[in-house]
Design a protein around this ligand. Structure first.
Ligand code: NAD
Ligand code: DAU
Length: 328
């Protein structure tokens, strides 16, 4: 099997490539990645073919899709704060890029798995007993989540109108190695390594549903092998935790007092809570998460950032300069 992985130099895509080498060594992987600020060649294991190019470039995409049996589409602009600062790259990559990929898959009759996010469903109140299900109406809040929602709807239309063989997954917040230091957990870990206090947006009551990146990627493999074409699967591991508790756990694991953090300006339009009901994935396809203990997963992630300063150090100053400009 030949797999084209878009965005394979980013956080989840690179972990997917690594997992694939481990669990499906016979699979031939090609990565298509533009190597934006979020892409890092050092995240891709040696020996994997990397094509540096834009998923919105029809010519590049057509040639690669022609040679692939399956496409797994991770490439995206992925950070909400950036989308509030400058939305255009999100429209370009997430919508136009997905469009070009869909057209190439249609021309060549290629199976596509589209990687999306729970943020397409908007947010939940803290006391709402409900979780997101595949039937929850789309209600995205930010330029990031609205462009991901748009990309999902394009995929659904190509399935229905053109018979494209595609599946979609919507996953909750991932953590683990190789995540860019702009994101919440690696930002705080690397701040603490640098002797800087963690930064909590607003009151820190917002809840995210954390899942280890390997559990996400094992679910993607489960869907590739057993998923029904045209279906949407929600991926989550019942990992709801509020942001303040995440920061306090990091502080404790790294030997600091529980109140050694600072509140900073809140994110405009900040979604309050995400929560995934993954019953369909668990019951239809038999997937189960392997990382049950979030605290242990955080401890392993701290160890990874301590041991891999060469990987994240070149990104840190520019990231913090951007946050200083945004007042966060
Ligand atoms: P990331 O920002 O770490 O990586 C994105 C990758 O895409 C980078 O390597 C970047 O260089 C590449 N890229 C960006 N624009 C491109 C373009 N025009 N052409 C080709 N490559 C381009 O993102 P991530 O956190 O790894 O997220 C991967 C996917 O998973 C995204 O589609 C995101 O919406 C989705 N997702 C992420 C999470 C999460 O918690 N991080 C959760 C659910 C879903
Ligand atoms: O739910 C899935 C989504 O999770 C993905 O689709 C996105 O690509 C991914 O970035 C993530 O989105 P969030 O906006 O939830 O993640 P982020 O890491 O930016 O922030 C997590 C929470 O922490 C959020 O409530 C904002 C807050 N936060 C973030 C940063 C960077 C802080 O309190 N302080 C910070 O410094």
């Amino acid at each position: 099997m030949r797999i084209l992985v878009t965005g394979g130099a980013g956080f989840i895509g690179a972990n997917f490539v690594r997992l694939t080498r481990e669990v499906r060594p016979e699979v031939q992987v090609t990565v298509l990645d533009l190597l934006t600020y979020a892409g890092n060649v050092d995240s891709i294991p040696e020996g994997v073919e990397l094509v540096t190019g834009d998923v919105a470039d029809a010519g590049v995409v057509d040639a690669l899709v022609r040679d692939a049996d399956v496409v797994v589409h991770f490439a995206a602009e992925s950070h909400n704060d950036n989308s509030l600062d400058d939305p255009w790259p999100f429209v370009h990559t997430n919508i136009v890029g997905t469009f070009q990929l869909l057209e190439a898959c249609r021309r060549h009759g290629t199976r596509l798995h589209h990687v999306s996010t729970d943020e397409v469903y908007g947010d939940l109140e803290l006391d709402d007993p409900a979780k997101f299900t595949p039937d929850t109406p789309y209600n995205p809040s930010s330029p990031y989540s609205s462009t991901k929602a748009g990309s999902d709807l394009l995929v659904r239309a190509w399935v229905r109108s053109f018979g494209l063989e595609a599946t979609i997954s919507n996953c909750s917040n991932n953590y683990g190695p190789f995540q860019h230091v702009e994101k919440f957990i690696p930002r705080q870990i690397t701040n603490l390594i640098d002797g800087v206090r963690p930064k909590l947006y607003g009151a820190g009551l917002n809840v995210r549903d954390w899942i280890h990146v390997d559990d996400h990627n094992r679910a993607v493999w489960t869907i590739l092998e057993h998923g029904r074409v045209g279906e949407t699967y929600l991926i989550g591991a019942d990992g709801e935790v509020d942001n303040k508790t995440v920061v306090q756990t990091l502080l404790e694991l790294m030997g600091h007092a529980a109140d050694d953090f600072e509140h900073v300006a809140d994110r405009p339009g900040h979604d309050m809570r995400y929560a995934i009901d993954a019953t369909k994935l668990r019951e239809e396809l038999g997937w189960q998460p392997q990382y049950g203990d979030f605290r242990a997963g955080l401890a392993a992630t701290i160890d990874w950032y301590r041991a891999n300063e060469d990987w994240w150090r070149p990104l840190k100053d520019a990231t913090e300069a951007k946050y200083a400009r945004l007042g966060r």
